[in-house]
Design a protein around this ligand. Structure first.
Ligand SMILES: Cc1cc2nc3c(=O)[nH]c(=O)nc-3n(C[C@H](O)[C@H](O)[C@H](O)COP(=O)(O)OP(=O)(O)OC[C@H]3O[C@@H](n4cnc5c(N)ncnc54)[C@H](O)[C@@H]3O)c2cc1C
Length: 320
């Protein structure tokens, strides 16, 4: 069984265990959340020994070169000497907290040094006690500070704290950005379809605004789904974008209830009714993991190329 040495302390790995599981089992405090290799909260650095390639999937080449890896999906095949992933975090401060609905909070965060990111990517927000969660970026890189939309998860540790206890001026730290769910120029006439539910709107709104800012000429159709009309948010801002840019269309969709300009029904059916054929389109789907999975499949079946579908599933923390 490989030996995992972390900050000078050596532990025997268990059969089939990930590095994260070994370290947590021995009482080490390692930030973690999704335990599925998605959120990057559990990043560590291998100072000696190499990790399986799957543990570095999705990391930037500069991080891979330095030995960084995701401990939650790393089943080591050899002894490893590990260090915490220090130095990758930027000190940050919360500059504004605004409730957009009873369950959605808009947080603005200013980092001590500018973050080189693309709208729609995500960052890991870390509290002083080590609690770390990922949030997607709704802001544009040249705007003052980062904009996040946070859904209040029932009994959620980070979201509950942000809703109830955090105040403007609160210091935190930010790691990232990560993810490939963002607008790339180079094909300004390609039609774009953006769809998601809840705070999946954060990256989608960012991607939409970024595409407009970069002069995208093709149609951009943004669908935002919610259970009821009260769950929709950012409507005025999105309508303003459609007024200023005739190629942008915004369709709010609710499962129950109705309202002016709102489509009632299932999100995938609303998309299929407007766009039965999607070959040649590019798609972005974000938010609830089950809905993201379902939408990816529907877009593919409607003809969208699998390489044209970009997705971020908001996988929640595994509770231990
Ligand atoms: C790439 C990525 C991007 C994301 N972007 C966003 C975003 O832009 N906006 C956003 O709102 N979220 C986003 N998320 C999700 C976010 O990272 C958090 O998972 C989310 O905010 C919940 O964190 P929390 O600490 O509040 O809840 P947690 O404390 O982690 O709890 C998560 C869930 O588990 C349940 N739970 C808690 N304790 C227990 C227990 N003991 N037993 C059983 N169940 C329990 C809670 O009810 C809650 O629903 C993203 C996730 C990923 C991976």
């Amino acid at each position: 069984m490989p030996t995992i040495t972390y900050s000078g302390r050596a532990y025997a790995g268990g059969d089939g265990e990930t590095v994260l599981e070994t370290l947590l089992r021995h009482g080490e405090e390692i930030s973690n959340s999704c335990r599925a290799g998605a959120c990057q909260s559990c990043l560590l650095r291998a100072a000696a020994g190499s990790v399986p390639p799957v543990a570095q999937y999705g990391l930037k080449p500069t991080l891979i070169e330095q030995g960084y890896f995701l401990s939650c999906v790393c089943r080591p095949e050899q002894d490893l000497v590990l260090e915490p992933a220090g130095g990758l975090e930027v000190p940050a401060v919360i500059t504004a907290l605004e409730r957009l609905t009873p369950t959605v909070l808009r947080a603005r965060i200013r980092t001590e040094s500018a973050l080189d990111y693309r709208s729609g990517q995500y960052i890991t927000l870390r509290r002083d006690d080590g609690l770390a969660r990922s949030y997607s970026l709704a802001s544009l890189p040249d705007e003052d500070g980062l904009e996040l939309h946070i859904r209040r998860a029932p009994q959620g540790r980070m979201s509950g704290w942000l809703f109830e206890e955090a105040r403007e001026g609160q210091s935190m730290s930010v790691r990232g950005p990560a993810g490939d769910c963002f607008y790339t120029g180079g094909n300004p006439d390609q039609p774009l379809l953006l769809a998601g539910t809840g705070t999946g709107l954060a990256p989608l709104a960012g991607i939409c605004r970024d595409a407009v800012r970069q002069g995208h000429r093709g149609p951009i159709h943004l669908y935002h789904g919610a259970l009821r009309p009260e769950g929709l948010y950012l409507r005025d801002e999105l309508l303003e974008i459609t007024r200023a840019n005739p190629n942008v269309q915004y369709t709010p969709v609710v499962l129950h209830g109705e309202g002016e300009g709102i489509t009632t029904g299932e999100l995938d059916k609303a998309i299929a009714a407007d766009h039965p054929k999607l070959s040649g389109w590019r798609g972005f789907v974000c938010g609830d993991p089950a809905i993201v999975r379902m939408l990816k499949k529907k877009l593919f079946l409607a003809g969208m190329g699998s390489k044209e579908i970009f997705a971020d599933a908001f996988i929640e923390a595994v509770c231990s």
